[in-house]
Design a protein around this ligand. Sequence first.
Ligand SMILES: [Zn+2]
Length: 621
Amino acid sequence: MRAFIGVVTLTLAAACSRDAAAPPADNSRVARNVLLITIDTLRADRVGAYGYSAARTPALDALARSGVRFDAAYAAAPITLTSHASLMTGRYPPGHGARHNGMRVDSRIPTIADVLAQQGFATAAFIAAFPLDRRFGLSKGFQIYSDRMPRGEDGRPANERPGRMVVDEAMDWIGGHLHQRFFVWVHLFEPHAPYGNPADPSEARRPVAVRYDDEIAEADRQMGRLIDALGDSRHDTLIVAAADHGEAFGEHGEISHSVFTYDTTLRVPLLVAGPGVPAGQTVEQIASLVDIAPTIAARTGLPRFDADGINLSPALTGGTLPARTLYAESFAPLLDFGWSPLRTLRDERWKYIAAPKPELYDLQHDPAETDNLVATETTRASELARRTDGVSSATLAPHAAAPDREALARLQALGYVATSTGGTDRADPKDRRELAAHLAEVTSGELRGPELERALREILKQDPSNPQAHVRLGYVLVAKGRCRDAVTQFRAAIAEHLPSVDAHLGLAGCAMSDGQRDVAERTLRLAEQIEPNNPVVLANLGIAISDGGRPADGLPFLQHALSFDPDLHQARFSLAVAYGRLGRRDDAAREAAELLRRLPESAPQRPEVERLLAAVRPPSD
Ligand SMILES: [Zn+2]
């Protein structure tokens, strides 16, 4: 167990449309319970109910038949945390502050879970991927927030977990709560890249589109089991199913999602069924995921939910929604690459994208967004530009971001908090679309080994200062045992303001394997300033200090790390060793025994832990 804990996860780093008055409360039947299902990265046009003939989505299709299908529903951001935060708070990203994965949702903003819990609902969430980890703030209002990812044999947590596991847990919980009103949110991650297991050569040979459909089919299967688990309470339950964003397969030169704000990644399926919702209806009017929280509030009989979104009940019951504009944004270009963010405003016909080179599309005649009319529709474009600025500026100010220490530290590390310069001197993401596509291929997990290294070097040829490419290349080199070269890459990533501590962790790991504990400690203390409560930083700091001969100084860091994440096995091993060195044999034995309890049966570390336990246990035991 000498190994250092590696980077557990590369951090997958207004007025708005209150232009319409809230519609009157709907008087139809009130739902007793709410089941919210979000399927990550699911394009609407890959679902049978949305017209995809090759679809294998019987559960989604059945749900659409039993309720209402929104044909023009859009995410508020093409990225997991930001989009889910908008869904849960009913607010556009400027209103909740989590403008990108890895940032925090403003804890002062109520979520639909908060409000339902206050009304006496039992609340639970079952999460399938790290971007929605409780540390980012969406656990608020949930009495149960199951977000623990399984560990590999090396003790590292995975980034995601299978839908079957998530749904098994959710079904257990639902079974125990049928006697009271409940709100359960289930998140499924299957359609997110990598599709299937590209490490398996026979699978990697199959076309991406087929593997993507396979993953959707699996998510749909799990969703079907979940809905079946409702049993008779199905009739009293409002069921909402949506995706957090779509996925690009080359449209507009984009791969994956997060950078661009075309409908390829913003359009999502949205299905609503339940008490008082007529079967088999379709809504053509535009809707946003920010409408879900106010709609759930209305359907469960709660008072008006204060939000940027609106209660969709009139559309659910055959009426019309007020005319309005919907906002969406992507700050990933700014926060990941230092490029201009993208902000969009749309109505039933027009869509404006605020960028250094702005875009305007007539969606009625050009749904694929290929014919930019900004030069000919100048009045419309400047009016939409003005209104877009009214929702959010192109910069992040402290008051607009989550006022959370960690989020602020991340922003400060980027240099974005203090400076409020305009966005116009930043690169337009569409001028970097090839680079963005290479980066997306790299981050998708679809590339392996030499292919991955080649792609990263190609990115750095085009964009020598790219911090994400530097840090990822650093880890590729570490895996090949080339720490000396990796250090250069990690240093470059830090110099270019990588927003996470991943490069610090890489540097510290290389320093440790080189026996330079003081260098590792200094690096980790810098990382701790950037992310004060990152358990991996704390664990590594504790290991570096404790293994460096100062067990008493290392203890608090190890204990602190384990308080956030009790399954940091190497931290617990170091903690047991540190107690042993301090002569606290009982404490050492307790931690070693606890570690054995937590380690999988097949974990290769067990013999070493057993030896430690035997060494510290008094002979009379
Ligand atoms: Zn997502």
